[in-house]
Design a protein around this ligand. Structure first.
Ligand code: NOJ
Length: 564
């Protein structure tokens, strides 16, 4: 029998931003329960909820203080049980985000590790002695963290020891080489499996195993004496053993395990992790199709320099496609760590056209599609006027320091953040045109995007037959139709006119043949077409401009065709 996630449509919820029901300006589990019918109507079968466990929120819940309880901001353990029950009644499965690469520095394990050098908890973390150079105490090596700092922080109370943190200093890395630590995590997973959770998104999974030699990276260190070299702690061979053990001891065979393996994983490695029926995890998320427009690290560049690189998108989709014969795969444009896809590859000037084009392009590729909350109404990047609006994310405070000391002006930083910051993917969901977009009666924890007053909200889009929301629902219903689902899952994918710089086109050949043609530009382009149309399944414009085997494609125009 096919795994259930192969025929599911996923939806990503950043809980703080989804719907507030207790009036504190922060979304909660009650808010997700309230919107389950909405999600069911949209065609969603599976929800991945970003972290909900008790946390001081230095990294928005990825820094866990207590794995066994829901953070009071999000509700109670009973709310989680209610959510599971209500979701299951509607045929929706729930996947929780589990961060095991690190804990919060407020987790009792860490507090004990600091307090008692001989405690078993000390062995749950990675603690090493620093080096004296010219009489000065330096970290054990030159590893840098993802949060623009050294990856080492002095261990409180110790004269010469440091602990490792590949993310923020408030998130000490756990020591997966220690079997007792691993057992502790299996206990956490089993607890939620018993509650009825259907799967886990395993956060930062690629970093669980570190290079055990803890030597300097050969890359040149920056001015702070450190360098980010993910090879030191990413996708190492030991990781496979840890994941296998997690599957065996922590969860069931039909528990969905989604691994966040980031930007350094290659398709062949992903295959060993997720080979159908053999690999320990089921879906491997990489970032390869997220940043194909030059926006990543583009501080200092003008907006005009940012443009979707359509050929590179095709290359990346094609590079991963061979895995389809042996692996289940996720399909997504963006999540809570990225800017909004509408701003990345589409345009707010062509909001409807580009949002519809982007979802159609994604849905009929191979894999389990994941929609980031709000994409279904065309939510886009923020236009905040001040850097301060971004500082609700601690990671931005570190980045601000680093960018300023690298000589960037605040104006440049603001422009860059509006384009590429992850806050863009975390703003409150826009439910209607009432106060705070209907997200909360209280002041939201994060500024609402003002475009909810320009029709970008659920209530108004429900009323408009041509809205992005109605299109999403319609397109999803086709994707879930047994015939289309079979073509997409079991057919053969071909990219058409690979070298076309503006158009992404593919054919999926199966029991019948479907063809997608998408213009990624805000202007007209031409596309040669030598096929016979059997049916137009989806189209985001009125009228067909096809003459002498050449399509004129209007801004972001997109077709899903049945061809003979
Ligand atoms: C990946 C998560 O998606 C991101 O939001 C978080 O900051 C890091 N992992 C650290 O947990």
């Amino acid at each position: 029998m096919e795994a259930w996630w192969r025929n599911s449509i996923g939806y990503i919820i950043y809980p703080a931003a989804f719907k507030d029901t207790n009036g504190d300006g922060i979304g909660d589990l009650g808010g997700i329960v309230e919107k389950l019918d909405y999600l069911r109507e949209l065609g969603i079968d599976l929800i991945w909820i970003c972290p909900i466990f008790a946390s001081p929120m230095h990294d928005n819940g990825y820094d866990v203080r207590d794995y066994f309880h829901v953070d009071p901001r999000f509700g109670t353990d009973e709310d989680l049980a209610r959510l599971l029950k209500e979701a299951h009644l509607r045929g929706i499965r729930i996947v929780l985000d589990l961060a095991m690469n690190h804990t919060s520095n407020e987790h009792p394990w860490f507090l004990k590790a600091v307090e008692e050098p001989s405690s078993k908890e000390r062995g749950y973390y990675i603690v090493k002695k620093g080096r004296y150079v010219d009489g000065k105490l330096l970290p054990p090596n030159n590893w840098g963290s993802f949060f623009s700092t050294s990856a080492w922080e002095p261990l409180p109370g110790s004269v010469d020891e440091f602990y490792l943190h590949v993310f923020a200093p408030s998130m000490p890395d756990t020591n997966w080489a220690n079997p007792e630590l691993r057992e502790a995590y299996y206990g956490v997973a089993r607890h939620y499996i018993e509650m009825g959770v259907d799967g886990f998104r395993l956060d930062a999974i690629s970093h669980l195993a570190k290079n055990p030699e803890f030597k300097d990276s050969p890359l040149p260190s920056g001015p702070g004496g450190f360098v980010l070299d993910p090879r030191m702690f990413s996708n190492r061979p030991e990781l496979m053993d840890y994941l296998k053990e997690f599957r065996e001891k922590g969860v069931n065979t039909d528990t969905l395990l989604i691994g966040e393996v980031g930007g350094s994983v290659q398709p062949d490695q992903a295959r060993t992790f997720s080979e159908r029926g053999k690999g320990p995890i089921n879906l491997v998320f990489n970032f390869d199709t997220v940043w194909n427009n030059g926006a990543y690290g583009s501080i200092g560049k003008p907006d005009e320099a940012i443009k979707a690189d359509v050929i590179s998108l095709k290359e990346n989709f094609l590079r991963w496609y061979p895995n389809a014969s042996s692996c289940d795969m996720p399909l997504y444009w963006c999540n809570h760590d990225h800017p909004r896809v509408l701003s990345q590859y589409g345009s707010t000037l062509y909001r409807k056209e580009s949002a519809k084009m982007l979802i159609t392009t994604l849905l009929f590729l191979y894999g389990t599609p994941f929609i980031h909350y709000g994409d279904e109404i065309g939510m886009s990047n923020v236009t905040y006027e001040s850097i301060d609006d971004f500082l609700i994310d601690d990671a931005n405070r570190d980045e601000l320091k680093a960018d300023r000391s690298a000589g960037h002006s605040d104006e440049e930083i603001l422009r860059f953040w509006r384009r590429a910051n992850r806050i863009n993917g975390r703003t409150p969901m826009q439910w209607n045109r009432r106060k705070n977009a209907g997200f909360s009666e209280a002041t939201p924890f994060c500024k609402v995007n003002g475009n909810y007053l320009e029709g970008v909200n659920v209530a108004e889009e429900m009323e408009d037959p041509y809205s992005i929301l109605n299109y999403f629902q319609y397109a999803i219903s086709f994707r879930k139709d047994a015939t289309y689902n079979d073509i997409v899952n079991n057919g053969r994918l071909e990219i058409v006119d690979y070298n076309h710089p503006d158009v992404l086109s593919y054919i999926h050949r199966g029991s019948s043949n479907i063809m997608l043609i998408s213009n990624f530009r805000p202007y007209e382009v031409y596309f040669t077409f030598n096929y016979e149309i059997a049916d137009i399944v989806l189209h985001n414009y009125d009228g067909v401009l096809l003459n002498n085997h050449v399509f004129t494609l209007r801004p972001y125009e997109c077709y899903l065709l049945k061809i003979r």
